[in-house]
Design a protein around this ligand. Structure first.
Ligand SMILES: NC(=O)c1ccc[n+]([C@@H]2O[C@H](COP(=O)([O-])OP(=O)(O)OC[C@H]3O[C@@H](n4cnc5c(N)ncnc54)[C@H](OP(=O)(O)O)[C@@H]3O)[C@@H](O)[C@H]2O)c1
Length: 260
């Protein structure tokens, strides 16, 4: 590992990803920041280097494309960077019954939330294992703990991320590589607007800031925590999600997605 570890963060152009970039930079990491909106990455890179120094590489990449993750890794390696830590944060939601979702949006969600996350993990984990150091932080959601009618594919995608991360945590135990899964609850970012659910009950019940989610996520990742749930309210909701019979939680969750 180089003196300053390098962390690759997907979805770094806004919200939780951008806040995680600040955490990693403050901890002395060099950064590879990626997303589609390159101008936001450039602005962030300038602010980070001005404040914390270090190297920041920005790469515009669309992870909804079938070869998006492969191209991203090729570009990182061609630039001569070694990735010590990967933060799989990029993700999107889709609100409404599955039968009414635009098929393109559904594919985009599956490609970004599941396929690219898994491909990046598969491509970058082997070199971490060879070095016996580094790690992967996957960003799931409280949605991972129970099914979510009217946001079904999103909830299912996050259940996949949680399940994958927990299994990888065990597969890599004792290897020196850390695998953690961050499960935020509703957070004030561009996510709800992008998923057309800003006015849902869920997003009117009190939000955490991206900064506090990132702080908890980074701390838990450094400690090698398997699952990181930021905030006591979210911890309670995750427990309820796991323990409540689905016959009850299915209806409750559907109510939370209703618009004002
Ligand atoms: N906000 C919440 O309430 C909440 C709660 C639980 C979990 N999460 C999870 O937290 C993660 C970050 O979301 P956020 O809340 O910070 O929302 P956000 O501000 O909308 O950020 C989403 C990030 O994903 C990137 N992204 C989206 N589509 C992409 C694509 N096709 N290719 C590459 N990058 C793409 C976006 O960058 P570009 O648009 O520039 O490409 C952006 O940087 C997501 O995985 C989300 O599911 C959010």
């Amino acid at each position: 590992m180089t003196e300053r570890p390098a962390t690759l963060i997907t979805g770094a152009s806004s919200g939780i990803g951008s806040a995680l970039a600040w955490q990693a930079a403050a901890a002395g990491h060099d950064l590879v920041l990626t997303a589609r909106r390159g101008y936001l990455l450039t602005e962030l890179a300038e602010a980070l280097t001005a404040r914390h120094g270090g190297r920041v590489l920005t790469i515009e990449a669309d992870l909804s494309l079938p070869d998006g993750a492969d191209r991203l890794v090729n570009e990182v390696l061609a630039s001569g960077w070694q990735v010590d830590h990967l933060i799989n944060n990029a993700g999107l939601g889709a609100c409404g019954p599955v039968a009414g979702l635009p098929p393109g949006r559904l594919l985009e969600l599956l490609q970004v939330n599941l396929v690219s996350l898994t491909t990046l993990t598969r491509l970058l984990l082997p070199s971490m294992l060879d070095r016996g150091a580094g790690g992967i932080l996957n960003v799931a959601s409280l949605a991972a703990f129970q099914p979510g009618p009217d946001m079904a594919a999103y909830y299912a995608s996050k259940a996949y991320v949680l399940s994958l991360s927990e299994a990888l945590h065990e597969e890599t135990r004792g290897s020196g590589v850390r695998i953690s899964c961050l499960c935020p609850g509703p957070t004030s970012t561009g996510f709800a607007r992008e998923a057309t659910m800003e006015d849902s009950l869920l997003f009117r019940l009190g939000l955490m800031t991206a900064e506090s989610v990132a702080r908890a996520g980074w701390r838990g990742f450094q400690r090698g925590q398997r699952i990181i749930i930021p905030g006591w309210k979210n911890k309670l909701l995750a427990t309820l999600g796991r323990l409540t019979p689905h016959v009850v939680s299915l209806r409750l969750i559907r109510r939370l997605h209703e618009r004002a």
